[in-house]
Design a protein around this ligand. Structure first.
Ligand SMILES: [Zn+2]
Length: 174
């Protein structure tokens, strides 16, 4: 264990404890010197996050998504999440378009119409969702998962599954 005076890439000096075998310490010291000091590193990270959030907010506003509500901190994070989650908004719009013509062999036409309507409603509800807290809560979910969790979509998907099963049994009988 020894203390080293490290001059970081940002120009700041830090007196740092370096552990481990003597022969590895110089390597560690060189590696530390090639990086910014902890404070500059954190500041740059925060700046990058703020920039990503600002870009995301502009993209969302251009796509007509609502302004988010919550604390400043929640909103800043949720702006980025909402764009990532929609991956981006164009993906959500593509999903919206695909749903309108999507057909599932074996499902009844009325059921498919109801499923399409329910899915479009769920997509629209997601795009209208303004609570920063909710975006943070569901940050690990893909948009398709969030849409599938809508009770009406889930219910109709079960109906479709039953109809597919029924149509396969009929094929066997015929
Ligand atoms: Zn620094």
């Amino acid at each position: 264990m020894a203390r080293y005076e490290i001059i970081h890439a940002c120009g700041h000096a830090e007196n740092t404890q370096i552990y481990g075998p003597m022969r590895e310490r110089q390597g560690k010291a060189d590696w530390l010197a090639s990086r910014d000091c902890a404070e500059c590193y954190q500041r740059k990270l925060q700046q990058q996050r703020a920039e990503a959030s600002t870009r995301a907010a502009a993209q969302s506003a251009a796509a007509g998504l609502p302004a988010l509500s919550g604390s400043d901190k929640q909103i800043a994070w949720a702006e980025t999440l909402r764009c990532d989650n929609l991956r981006g908004i164009p993906n959500m719009l593509r999903l919206r378009e695909r749903v309108q013509t999507h057909d599932i062999p074996g499902a009844r036409a009325e059921t498919m119409t109801a499923l399409r309507t329910a899915t479009l409603d769920a997509i629209d509800a997601l795009m209208r969702r303004a609570s920063a807290h909710e975006w943070i809560e569901t940050r690990s979910s893909e948009p398709f998962d969030l849409v599938s969790k809508s009770p009406e979509v889930a219910r109709l998907m079960n109906v479709v599954r039953a109809e597919i099963k029924g149509s396969k049994q009929q094929e066997v009988i015929a």
